[in-house]
Design a protein around this ligand. Structure first.
Ligand code: NOJ
Length: 552
C-alpha cells in the first residue's frame, strides 16, 4: 500500500463557533482560526478539519446547510477562507471541510423548490411519501433528535423524510441529478484549495426504498447502510475523490469492525477511513428505551476489545480513524476518567492509548489542554439534540426523570464539547471580548492554554511529544498490534512490533494503583511517560501511562 500523507498525519478538529472570535460578536470565525494557525503549527498537527462554515440557519450549528457555495457571514467570507487555506498551506497544514450531504437545510433553494410541486426539476431531490390511508406518517422511522423522521408539508401535501431535525430534510441520492450537484459542489471547494472531506453520516445516504417499519422501534435498523450505500460511495470516489486526490474520512455510525473494510479497503475505492461509534458506547445500556441517555459506568475491558478488534481487522485491509472526542462527544476525561484530582494524568493516559495505535489520530479542540465537561443547568444548554430528546424522553414518554436525564447530559451530551475554547484567564477566556454565544466553562481561570503551557504538567506539550514520536517512527504507522492483559479491568496495554523492534504502550485507566503480571521487558528505552518518577514495570500509579521500546 503506497503511503498517503494522511497515514503520517495527526488531524485537529475545529468547531468554528467555539474556537476563536476575531470580530467580537461572540461567535468564533475564520479569521479567528487564522490567528491560531501558529498555535496549531506549534502543536505539530498536519491538517485541520473544520466543522461546517457554510451558509446555514444554524438549527444544528451548521449541519443544516442552506447554500453549499457560500460561507455563513457569521464565520466570514470566501475571501477570508481563501486566505485561511493559503496561510495554512504555507505552514504545511492541510484543510479538511465537512461534507454534509445526507441532508440540507429546509431553507436550501433545492428544498424550497421541491416543496412547490411533484413535477419540477427539484421535486425528487428529497424523499417524499404519501401518508398511510389513515393519514399517519409512512412508517415508524424515528429522527435522531426525537420524534418521527417524517414531517408533513402543507404546500406539497406529502410527508418528507428527515433523519435529524425537521429543518434538515434528507436528500434523495437515488436521483442522479442530486449526485451530480454534490460532485459539482465538491469540485468547487477543491478548486478553492481544500485537501479532503469529513463525510457526515455518509452511511445514511442510501435508504431502504421499501420503507419497512423498524421491527424494534428503539433502533434505526432500516435507516442506514442502505442497499446502494457502497455503490454511491464508490461513485463519489470515482467522480471526485480519486481524480482530485482528496482525502476522505466518513462518519459511519453503524459500521462494525468486521465489515468496516468494505468501506475502507483501498482496493474497493470508497473511503480512506471511517469514524466508528462502537468504542464510544461502552458507557451506554444496550437496547434501553432511553437511548444515549441510558448511561452506565464505562467498561474498560469492552473498550479494549473493541479498539483492538478495529486494529486487528483493519491492519492489512484499511486504515483507522482514531478518536475519543469530537463536537458530538463529551470530554473523555470527564466521561470516563477523572477530570479533577488526576486531570493531567488522565488526559495524557487516554492520549497515549489513542496515539500509540495504527491509524490517523484526531484531536478535538481543547482536548490538548484537558478541557472538561461543564455541569450546567438544563436551560443553559443549546443543542437541538438535547432539547429534542428532553421533550421526547422526559416530557412525552416520561421514560426517564428530569434529574436522571440531567445526570446523563452532564456525562455525555454533545454540548459538553462545544463550550468556547479556553485560551487564557482573561475575561471571556481569551475567546472573545464579549459574551460568547455559549457559556464558557467557569473553570477557565485554571484550565486554559496559557496556564497549561506554563505548567510543568502541560498536556499540550505531552501531545506535542506524542505527535513528534508518531512523525518520527514508522512503527506507529506500520507496526503490528497485540493487546496485552485483555481481561484486566483497568490496564490498557498493547505492543506494536515492526522489523525486529517492539514498543509497549501502557496506561492505567483508573485512579487506583494497579499491580500486574510481568508483561514488560526489563530493559527498555523510555519514549514518553506522564510521571516524573521512574517506571515500575510491575505497578502502575493512578492514570500512569508510558511508551517504552524494548532494548537488548
Ligand atoms: C453528525 C454530526 O457530527 C452532528 O453534529 C450532526 O448533528 C448530524 N450528523 C447531522 O448532520
Amino acid at each position: 500500500m503506497k503511503n498517503k500523507w494522511w497515514k503520517n498525519a495527526v488531524i485537529y478538529q475545529i468547531y468554528p463557533k467555539s474556537f476563536k472570535d476575531s470580530n467580537n460578536d461572540g461567535i468564533g470565525d475564520i479569521n479567528g482560526i487564522r490567528s491560531k494557525l501558529p498555535y496549531l503549527k506549534e502543536l505539530g498537527i498536519d491538517a485541520i478539519w473544520i466543522s461546517p462554515i457554510y451558509k446555514s440557519p444554524q438549527i444544528d450549528n451548521g449541519y443544516d446547510i442552506s447554500d453549499y457555495y457560500s460561507i455563513d457571514p457569521m464565520f466570514g467570507s470566501i475571501d477570508e477562507m481563501k486566505h485561511l487555506i493559503k496561510e495554512a498551506h504555507n505552514l504545511n497544514i492541510k484543510i479538511i471541510m465537512d461534507f454534509v450531504a445526507n441532508h440540507t437545510s429546509e431553507e436550501a433553494f433545492w428544498f424550497r423548490e421541491s416543496c412547490k410541486s411533484k413535477d419540477n426539476y427539484y421535486s425528487d431531490f428529497y424523499i417524499w411519501k404519501d401518508p398511510k390511508d389513515n393519514g399517519e406518517a409512512p412508517n415508524n422511522w424515528g429522527s435522531n433528535f426525537g420524534g418521527s423522521a417524517w414531517e408533513w408539508n402543507e404546500q406539497r401535501q406529502q410527508y418528507y423524510l428527515h433523519y435529524y431535525a425537521k429543518e434538515q430534510p434528507d436528500l434523495n441520492w437515488e436521483n442522479p441529478n442530486v449526485r451530480e450537484e454534490i460532485y459539482k459542489m465538491m469540485t468547487f471547494w477543491h478548486e478553492l484549495g481544500i485537501d479532503g472531506w469529513r463525510m457526515d453520516v455518509i452511511t445514511s445516504i442510501s435508504k431502504n426504498l421499501k420503507f419497512p417499519d423498524n421491527e424494534n422501534p428503539l433502533t434505526t435498523e432500516n435507516q442506514q447502510n442502505g442497499p446502494r450505500m457502497h455503490e454511491f460511495i464508490h461513485e463519489i470516489n470515482q467522480k471526485v475523490l480519486k481524480p482530485l486526490n482528496m482525502m476522505s474520512v466518513g462518519e459511519a455510525p453503524a459500521a462494525k469492525s468486521s465489515d468496516a473494510f468494505l468501506l475502507v479497503d483501498p482496493k474497493r475505492e470508497e473511503l480512506d477511513m471511517i469514524f466508528t461509534f462502537e468504542h464510544m458506547h461502552i458507557d451506554r445500556e444496550k437496547n434501553n428505551i432511553n437511548g444515549r441517555w441510558a448511561i452506565k459506568k464505562p467498561d474498560i475491558v469492552q473498550l479494549k476489545q473493541i479498539m483492538s478488534s478495529w486494529q486487528n481487522n483493519l491492519s492489512q485491509k484499511g486504515w483507522n480513524a482514531l478518536y475519543f472526542e469530537n463536537h458530538d462527544r463529551a470530554r473523555v476525561i470527564s466521561r470516563w476518567g477523572n477530570d479533577k484530582k488526576y486531570r493531567y494524568e488522565c488526559a495524557t493516559a487516554f492520549a497515549t492509548i489513542l496515539h500509540g495505535m495504527q491509524g490517523t489520530p484526531y484531536i478535538y479542540q481543547g482536548e490538548e489542554i484537558g478541557m472538561t465537561n461543564p455541569e450546567y443547568s438544563l436551560d443553559e444548554y443549546k443543542d437541538i439534540e438535547l432539547k429534542g430528546n428532553y421533550e421526547h424522553y422526559v416530557q412525552e414518554r416520561k421514560s426517564i426523570s428530569k434529574s436522571n436525564f440531567l445526570d446523563a447530559v452532564h456525562k455525555v451530551s454533545r454540548d459538553n464539547a462545544r463550550t468556547p475554547m479556553q485560551w487564557s484567564e482573561d475575561k471571556f477566556s481569551g475567546f472573545s471580548d464579549t459574551e460568547p454565544w455559549f457559556k464558557i466553562n467557569p473553570n477557565y481561570k485554571q484550565i486554559n492554554v496559557e496556564a497549561d503551557r506554563r505548567s510543568d504538567k502541560s498536556i499540550f506539550y505531552y501531545y506535542k511529544s506524542l505527535i513528534d514520536i508518531r512523525h518520527n517512527n514508522n512503527i506507529l504507522r506500520d507496526g503490528s498490534f497485540k493487546l496485552l492483559l485483555p481481561e484486566h479491568p483497568f490496564i490498557f496495554a498493547y505492543k506494536r512490533y515492526y522489523h525486529g523492534e517492539t514498543w509497549y504502550i501502557v496506561a492505567n485507566l483508573s485512579e487506583n494503583k494497579q499491580d500486574f503480571n510481568n508483561i514488560l521487558p526489563s530493559k527498555y528505552v523510555k519514549l514518553i511517560h506522564n510521571y516524573k518518577s521512574e517506571i515500575d514495570i510491575k505497578t502502575l500509579k493512578p492514570y500512569e501511562s508510558f511508551i517504552i521500546k524494548e532494548s537488548n
